[in-house]
Write a protein that binds this ligand. Sequence first.
Ligand SMILES: *Cc1c(COP(=O)(O)O)cnc(C)c1O
Length: 479
Amino acid sequence: MKNVEFREWAHRLADRMADYYENIDEYPVKSTVQPGTIFAQFPTEPPAESEDMWLIMSDFERIIMPGITHWQSPNFFAYFPANGSYPSILAEMLTAMLGTQCMVWDTSPAAAELEEMMMQWLKTMTGLPSNWHGVIQDTASTSTLAALLCAREKRTAYVINESGFDGNERLRVYCSSEAHSSVEKAVKIAGIGRKNLVKIHTDKMYSMDTSLLREAITADIAAGFMPLCVVAAIGTTGCTAIDPLEEITEICEEFGVWLHVDAAYAGTALLLPEYRWMIDGIEKADSFVFNPHKWMFTNFDCSVYFVKDKDVLLRTFEILPEYLKTSSRGLVNDYRDWGIPLGRRFRALKLWFVIRSYGVVQLQDKIREHIHLAQWLKQQICADSHFEVMAPVPLSLVCFRFNPQTDSSIENLNKINEILLGKLNASGNIFLTHTKLKGQYTLRMSIAGTLTSKQHVQKAWQLIKETAEEMADNLALEI
Ligand SMILES: *Cc1c(COP(=O)(O)O)cnc(C)c1O
């Protein structure tokens, strides 16, 4: 491709992008293609000769677009969002333009120094301790793995990094039974062993029961285990439950256990001063992660990982082969030593664009609006005798189910709600996902899309009610 052709296509794609966002309401939110139908449309061999961009783009529209689930749709209420925004997309275009590899300061000083300043901005914006240090990672899963590796190395005086496990370490990690699966994955990868992850039961709010945490740690010590790390969740994935951080910090302090705080989704709510109570006591924790790529209008991927003790992080990850030695070493941040991969994308740029383009006040307004919409929906559900709210709604996720109160067994209710979810998603009008809370099938409606406004939530609620009532009329037939 020549420069003149690149220019033409870049202009065309800019229009394509603007058209997409102008009409995004109209796409079926969740792709309804059958498994394998996309795959079957590709030639099995790569092209030997150059293909025309027109052809490539027409195949994009014809083959790829129907198989896309539209995460940026205002009718997307599934999982947690991976919301983006115009300024973020523009920054991603520039990131692609530069194609820089931001492994060390020398490989792009502006990337390293902007990242350092963005981490400082985010500390101010969220109320994290000003003497902590932050670094951008790809995902919260990676950040949590980094936390476990740091905890492991600090606790064993960096012996495992040096000599490997000698088989005598009996490390234990604790999290609530509602914690994210990335904790389990990290425990496996860090060599600690899945059996050494202790899942602490939750209270009726689905938050970690700290008296059970204390009991578990005490019992483990008596049995010869070495309690290594507690992962506290601020905003669990199932229902945004908030573990009681202050009580957990006391236990961790007492037993010398690393405390990692996973606020992947809910961290963004810390932009609102009225939500800072969620991290009361954070200065006693050791590490913290949240994902601007979930709720802070910054395109996937961008996860920010903060640590109290930078030296532990560096000692855990530092390597220095000859070809990476630079004269600026020690004077600047070489972020390849702050995490697992060597190569790093220039992710700070989109944070800079987002924070500047919105400004903190407008970011706060948007987050507050999402929270208000969730509270509005919760009220509608509470007022409808055929529905019930299944968990507290501290943020912008509403957990609920259809319960037409016909003395259904739990199995029946689970089945009814599973069918309801299937019907809603197949409609293409909205996309929700589910969880199970204490064995009960629960619909999750996560309201945090950049383009989601009250009218979308109202429409969604209308559709949920109508679909459910229609189903109730035919219940005997369905089950
Ligand atoms: C989404 C989520 C994660 C995982 O985030 P990734 O960035 O996709 O790895 C971890 N913890 C919680 C609480 C989450 O909600």
